[in-house]
Design a protein around this ligand. Structure first.
Ligand code: FMN
Ligand code: SF4
Length: 442
């Protein structure tokens, strides 16, 4: 088992207190960063190979380099702590156990991009974590680590502000353009891209959106150096990552481990296997929006984006959802579809109507009222949502439905009637009818 020290969630008691954080090297990374040029900081992050931990795996250094260099407009950073994807519960660990490292990561990112103000957008239901983050930020302000006090603390001219913003409890507000609408005080509707946030973001100003875990990984990158960080974990998707494991597992928890870990290692060594030693039927590797893997194909699977992409799925938010042999796959698919239907903002027709239809067809299948043609219809509806919407919630809704049908079609078939028309006529006439009698009777 992996024993190297954790980088994002170090095992230090009371690390959420600023004094303890400072005793353990807190803000040394920021001090190091401000002695480099802004381009050098961005270059270090590029060389680290860090990819965003919010689900899309976009290279962080590259994203930062899209921000304009000009200083004539305010520039903003939005920190995405909406964390509403079912199966994802890792950012709250950072809010609770290492909030100052997140603040330090925000300062480094802000320095590198010339940010004047940052907004930590936290999921509406996360009352406890909003409070903890506000407390940590108040402590950092009071001791001169954020805001105007920074000049004196760090001895250079750069200052920036950070505020905590509580969301109103909508999953869609985690989508970056919707998050910006929500921050501006509007309804959380996603926006078309382009224009991209780096050109036209919050209040029309250049903006970068990064996930909480992404920014908490920045101080260790500055301390280790980008090249050394790139050696950790999988090639092409480096670093440690917070795996949140849930479902039919003996030890459900968040584990900070290198990317590229064997899925079986995570399940059997870190999570102590499956209750009652049952077999695994399915695993979703990255939160509910990702296509599943079958239990019989998880041997040798590595948990990083490049390895999972080859298998038709993604690391997403590394929310690993484990389902044992007794799991009702149709019920799981229906539950997931219901979630995305409920959370669709309704702006685009394929998502608004398609999510509703997927839920209806799945109900029909579960109730035993469907034929196998309905499974094809369901697959077709999902395929027509995918790639045809303003934001990726449409894909998030379509992928698990398509994935479960592709991998577990037999579980859908078993609930379906062979031919709805024959059965109906059998009931009416008490004998088997042909298609031609059907047409005549119509
Ligand atoms: C429907 C939807 C919900 C999302 N929810 C979150 C979220 O809760 N947290 C998050 O960091 N990213 C979420 N994302 C991804 C963001 O749009 C964006 O890619 C991410 O915050 C960028 O940060 P990163 O580059 O550091 O990963 C969501 C995307 C979609 C389409
Ligand atoms: S894909 Fe769905 S959630 Fe996204 S903008 Fe369209 S309707 Fe709204």
């Amino acid at each position: 088992m992996y024993t190297a020290p954790n980088l994002v969630l170090p095992r230090v008691e009371n690390l959420s207190s600023l004094d303890v954080y400072l005793k353990h090297g807190g803000f040394d990374a920021y001090r190091r960063a401000i002695h480099l040029s802004t381009d050098e900081v961005i270059d270090e992050v590029k060389r680290s190979g860090l990819r965003g931990r919010g689900g899309a795996c976009f290279p962080t250094g590259l994203k930062w380099s899209f921000m304009p260099k000009s200083t004539d407009k305010p520039k903003y950073l939005a920190i995405n702590g909406d964390e509403s994807e079912p199966g994802s519960f890792k950012d709250r660990q950072i809010f609770e156990y290492n909030p100052h490292q997140l603040i330090e990561g925000i300062l480094i990112a802000s320095y590198a991009m010339g940010i004047s103000k940052s907004f930590i957008y936290i999921r509406g239901e996360y009352h406890k974590w909003v409070r903890l983050m506000e407390d940590a930020l108040a402590e950092a302000y009071a001791k001169g680590y954020v805001g105007s006090g920074m000049k004196q603390t760090f001895g250079n001219d750069y200052t920036t502000d950070i505020v905590v913003h509580k969301g109103a409890g909508a999953y869609i507000c985690g989508e970056e353009t919707s998050l910006m609408s929500s921050l501006e005080g509007d309804r959380g509707y996603p926006r078309f891209k382009p224009p991209f946030p780096a050109n036209k973001g919050l209040w029309g100003m250049p903006t970068t959106i990064n996930n909480v875990e992404t920014l908490a990984a920045i101080p260790p990158i500055m301390m280790l150096g980008g090249d050394a960080y790139a050696q950790i974990g999988a090639k092409g998707h480096s670093g440690t990552i917070l795996y949140g494991v849930s479902g039919h597992i003996n030890n459900p928890a968040v584990f900070e481990l290198p990317t590229g870990l064997l899925l079986t290692d995570l399940i059997y060594n870190y999570c102590n296997g499956i209750p009652n030693n049952k077999r695994i039927k399915a695993v979703i590797p990255g939160g509910s929006s990702m296509p599943p893997l079958r239990g019989d194909e998880i041997e040798g699977v590595r948990l990083d984006e490049e390895s999972l992409k080859v298998l038709g799925t993604h690391i997403g938010t590394a929310g690993v959802m484990v389902m044992d042999e007794d799991t009702d796959i149709v019920a799981v698919t229906l539950r997931i579809a219901k979630f995305y239907h409920h959370e669709s903002c309704g702006q685009c027709t394929p998502c608004r109507e398609g999510c509703g239809w997927m839920e209806k067809i799945l109900h029909r299948i579960q109730d035993g009222d469907a034929t196998s043609g309905d499974i094809d219809l369901l697959y077709d509806v999902a395929s027509n949502i995918e790639g045809n919407t303003i934001c990726a919630l449409g894909d998030a809704a379509a992928w698990p439905v398509k994935g479960f049908i592709e991998k577990f079609r037999d579980e859908f078939e078993v609930l379906c009637k062979p031919q709805r028309s024959f059965v109906a006529l059998n009931v009416v006439h008490g004998k088997r009818s042909t298609a031609s009698t059907l047409v005549r009777q119509a």
